[in-house]
Design a protein around this ligand. Sequence first.
Ligand SMILES: [Ca+2]
Length: 300
Amino acid sequence: MSHDGGVDDFLSVMLLMAMDHVDVKGVVITPADTYIKPAVSATRKILDLMGRADVPVAESTVRGLNPFPRAFRRDTFSIDNFPILNERDEIRAPLVKEPGQNFMARVLRDAPEPVTILETGPLTTIAAALDIDPGVEKKIKEIIWMGGALNVSGNVDRIMEGGQDGSMEWNVYWDPLGADRVWKTSIPLIICPLDITNNVPITQNFVRRLARQRRFPISDLAGLCYALVTHQDYFAWDVLTTSYLGKPEMFQLREWETEIITDGPSQGRTLVKPGGRKVRALDKVDLDQFYEYIFKQWSR
Ligand SMILES: [Ca+2]
């Protein structure tokens, strides 16, 4: 797994680690929608809480082009300080010494068979791993990625990010060149764009139901995380993407031909264009099944 330290990313770690059938090789964190030190620390503490202190965590040192707003990023400090994550003095999940992009390249190189990458942040760390060792391209079975906006508006604010046309999604906008680097490979790509996540809101009902099962530590932690963000419109972006690994049968997929715009006022747009790079997008999800799945997985 590779994530970028936002609230939704920590929730995704919690969902992924609740999947018994997934053999997680490691977690790499890209310094994008976050502050990296508390993001690494919080990730390791969540692994400890979930009894997965065997999973190594690595800090990617890549850099993006268009920084995420501070207001999005600072929740990381709060999560790292949640009492439920700080009952112990020591953190047990190991911190990898080498940069995350090198770690990713090494894990892929050493893997006996191709590996699936779940990416809930920008594609920059994967792009860097491919530059470090282009041979690892054939060791990536597929990339499942939260990113892009195909036939809906983006989520980059036109006013806050002056000069942009609002067509792009943040994970692409942070580093359009990194996304384009991955687009130029032949790695199978399954994307979870805003087109589908716009239909999967985190509602007051959802948060209240989570509160009613807070006797489970993971539900309690998830409820705390959502409490930081539900004053705004919040959707299951990364969590929806992650749920595909657990229950793909909830989804319908659709193939699109696309290209990444890397420059100008649409930089970061995932443009639908005949003849472009083929990707498969999560297109529809059974909402009842999705919410039930989340409640069940976090009942621990
Ligand atoms: Ca993210």
